[in-house]
Write a protein that binds this ligand. Structure first.
Ligand code: GDP
Length: 337
């Protein structure tokens, strides 16, 4: 089983790549590393998703990162926007605006069906894990998509403009306000969702998508038990850097990492995951710094990490898996020596 940790839009791109690699276990035929990970020709994929960005909007429970992953796996994700359903309309949003309702958080008409269904299930007493699983089944998804927790964890940012939820900071303020601290409210009491720790323990490879280490992966690691499981697992752990050429490809990852005291560079990404990371997958643009990191004993793989086409996504997923397998083998060799 391959386990992926992810946020939403960019993480969803890597999840699509991993889906391509795992879907055709005939892919294994062309790829020895995948053949090694597959069982009876089936390569399972478990995706563990951030829910710190979840928001109550117009009375509905919206899980933006889970939805991006579900839409990506179902082939529904909008390529233009990177979130929401491809070809969606926004007529409800327009009407809500006319009715004087808040409209800074855009929800498409088809997207609304997902939030309605999730909210109905949650109100009927189902957990977020159960609601997510049911949505995945209805969308014909074969991979297992797990929220990080069924308990509410909210990413809160202390800013120059006061305390904001993640969506207020990211969408309403377009991440233009200065952030002084990031907190994950509720994390201390939260438990990992059923299946999360087991997936980490039984994984054959664990991949961290190039999501924001502070606000997309940070909330997942803040749930007690998850970080410990990552430190304990025998599975090789790879992370794809969201920092390319010393800066975030998009969004506030670089400045939030600096606020945490980590450099906005591949070294900063290595710092964020230093207690469990085996291999860092970085862009060719960061070759020089990669050499530096290798000197400190980390495995660093330089490759093309910008995912524009389906082929880019597949190649990056395959490279990360190949490196995990190489590490696995070197560990086996080390223990048998
Ligand atoms: P999410 O995973 O989409 O929720 O998004 P985040 O906001 O957590 O992470 C976005 C991060 O992904 C940003 O820091 C970008 O720098 C990075 N990113 C976006 N597209 C790509 C890509 O194609 N390749 C890589 N390596 N990083 C990317």
């Amino acid at each position: 089983m391959i386990v992926v940790f992810t946020g939403g839009t960019s993480g969803a791109k890597l999840v699509q790549g991993l889906q391509q690699v795992t879907a055709s276990s005939s892919a294994s035929a062309g790829s020895p590393s995948c053949a090694d990970f597959a069982h009876d020709g089936v390569l399972e994929l478990t995706v563990i998703v951030n829910t710190g960005d979840d928001i109550e909007w117009w009375g509905l429970h919206v899980s933006p990162d889970i939805d991006s992953v579900l839409y990506a796996l179902a082939g529904l994700l909008s390529k233009d926007r990177g979130w929401g359903v491809d070809g969606d309309s926004f007529r409800c949003l327009e009407r809500m605006k006319q009715l004087g309702q808040p409209f800074w958080f855009s929800l498409g008409d088809l997207d609304l069906a997902t939030h309605l269904m999730r909210t109905v299930m949650l109100r009927a007493g189902k957990t977020l894990t159960e609601a997510t699983s049911e949505l995945a089944v209805k969308l014909g998804i074969r991979a297992r998509v797990l929220p990080m927790s069924d308990d509410r964890v909210s990413t809160m940012l202390d800013t120059a403009e006061g305390t904001l939820t993640f969506q207020e900071y990211f969408v309403r303020e377009r991440h233009q306000v200065e952030v002084r601290a990031v907190r994950f409210e509720g994390a201390e009491q939260a438990r990992p969702a059923p299946g999360v720790v087991e997936a980490i323990e039984h994984a054959e490879a664990i991949i961290f998508a190039p999501s924001n280490p502070v606000t997309s992966i940070g909330p997942i690691l803040a749930v007690p038990g998850i970080r410990d499981a990552l430190r304990r697992t025998k599975a090789p752990i790879a992370a794809v850097s969201p920092i390319v050429g010393g800066a975030a490809v998009s969004g506030p990852a670089g400045k939030l990492m600096q606020m945490m005291g980590w450099p906005s560079s591949i070294s900063g990404v290595a710092r964020a995951y230093e207690d469990f990371l085996d291999v860092l997958v970085v862009d060719e643009a960061d070759q020089h710094e990669a050499q530096e990191l290798r000197r400190h004993g980390l495995w660093v793989c330089c490759t093309r990490t910008i995912m524009r086409s389906a082929e880019d996504k597949r190649n990056l997923a395959q490279t990360a898996l190949d490196f995990c397998k190489a590490i696995d083998k070197s560990r086996v060799a080390a223990t048998s020596n």
